[in-house]
Design a protein around this ligand. Structure first.
Ligand code: M6R
Length: 357
């Protein structure tokens, strides 16, 4: 039930700090240490390569998950769009593990890959919000998101839950392999939950940003580098699907290879700058678009912020920034859609579960 909320999407965005806290709790063992089911841990450790298969927002969560498994566990990962994988299967490693990320557990594009790889006798793991869903029942293993029902077509809290659960799975696998990572993930996730809370409590500011940058916009660009790039594509998808503003997410460095031709006076460009090692580069990209008339909105992080940044998110561990930087993009999209009187919870042409290929 959405209770006093005007939209499920708003309620679900507000639930995000609680979702992260619930995940920490659900994935802690009796000693209070982060843990996942022993059989799943074994399957991950037995794999020489992980193949993440997903669509839409879940695919975007997979892009972040790749970095977690590679950096926290030292396991190589490929991320594939499920609808493409079927007819363009890459050469597989010797011992692959297929990981399906799907909020609903019903996405036909992802299921057709599951059916295919099961025929080939490969092990399969579904990361889903819906216990008992088709992909959960048909895979060998399931990791649950514990986000509670997500009703709005635009996925918000499920993305955050997917990224958090992937971080935990990768971290636990790394710990068990004796990988030195020097991160107390449990504590860092608790800091993330507080950071998300600060942002969902800043709605007036985010509504103002939507008004300042998107009120009359025909199109918008989202740029970032490294993990900020993964979030840029999710920000663009959110804006497109609920406000119908044409939007693209870009790796900052790619702009000059073509897309910068589209920048004109007043074009909104949202630039994420939460990654220290590329902060200078992304700020350079912002200068390039501003010189061509763009209306740039820099979203940076405490400790890396500079004068003129429009929004500064609370400081979190550099690997976990996607969990926090995505929140303002969700809320900005929400308000942009409201300004245009769009049906936020049920955007045109879209369904919550896409059960056709
Ligand atoms: O249920 P799934 O996670 O498998 O759904 C995948 C996509 O259809 C879904 O993420 C879609 O892109 C959302 N509407 C995005 O907000």
């Amino acid at each position: 039930e959405k209770g006093t909320y005007p939209h499920y999407m708003l309620k679900e965005m507000d639930e995000q700090p609680g979702v992260v806290r619930k995940i920490i709790q659900e994935y802690s063992d009796a000693n209070g240490e982060l843990a996942i089911d022993a059989s799943i841990l074994k399957a991950i450790k037995a794999a020489d390569r992980l193949y993440i298969i997903a669509a839409g927002t879940s695919y975007h969560a997979g892009l972040v998950g790749k970095q977690y498994f590679e950096k926290l566990a030292g396991i190589p990962v490929e991320v594939h769009i499920s609808s493409e994988f079927g007819y363009n299967m890459p050469l597989l490693s010797e011992k692959p593990l297929f990981i399906f990320i799907t909020q609903s557990g019903e996405t036909a594009d992802s299921r057709q890959v599951l059916v295919k790889v099961k025929e080939l006798n490969y092990p399969t793991l579904t990361v889903t919000n819906v216990p008992g869903s088709t992909l959960s029942r048909e895979a060998d293993y399931t990791l649950l998101l514990h986000a509670g029902p997500e009703i709005a077509v635009a996925s918000t809290k499920a993305y955050v839950a997917q990224v958090a659960v992937l971080a935990i799975a990768a971290y636990v696998a790394g710990q068990s392999n004796g990988k030195e990572v020097n991160v107390d993930l449990k504590q860092e996730l608790a800091i993330v939950a507080n950071g998300i809370q600060t942002i969902v409590d800043s709605k007036e500011e985010l509504e103002q940003i939507a008004e300042d940058y998107l009120k009359i916009a025909r199109n918008a660009f989202f740029i970032g580098r490294n993990l900020d790039f993964c979030v840029s594509v999710e920000g663009a998808l959110k804006l497109k699907e609920i406000s119908y503003i044409q939007a693209e997410g870009f790796a900052g460095g790619e702009l000059k290879h073509g897309t910068i031709a589209l920048i004109e006076n007043g074009t909104p460009v949202f630039a994420l700058a939460t990654q220290e090692q590329v902060a200078l580069n992304i700020r350079g990209n912002v200068k390039e678009v501003v010189a061509r008339g763009a209306n740039a909105c820099i979203i940076s992080m405490e400790g890396l912020n500079e004068e003129g940044d429009r929004l500064v998110i609370p400081k979190v561990h550099p690997l976990l920034t996607p969990l926090v930087s995505v929140i303002p993009l969700q809320l900005i999209s929400y308000y942009a859609a409201l300004h245009r009187r769009c049906d936020v919870d049920k955007p045109r042409n879209l369904a919550k579960s896409v059960t056709v290929e």
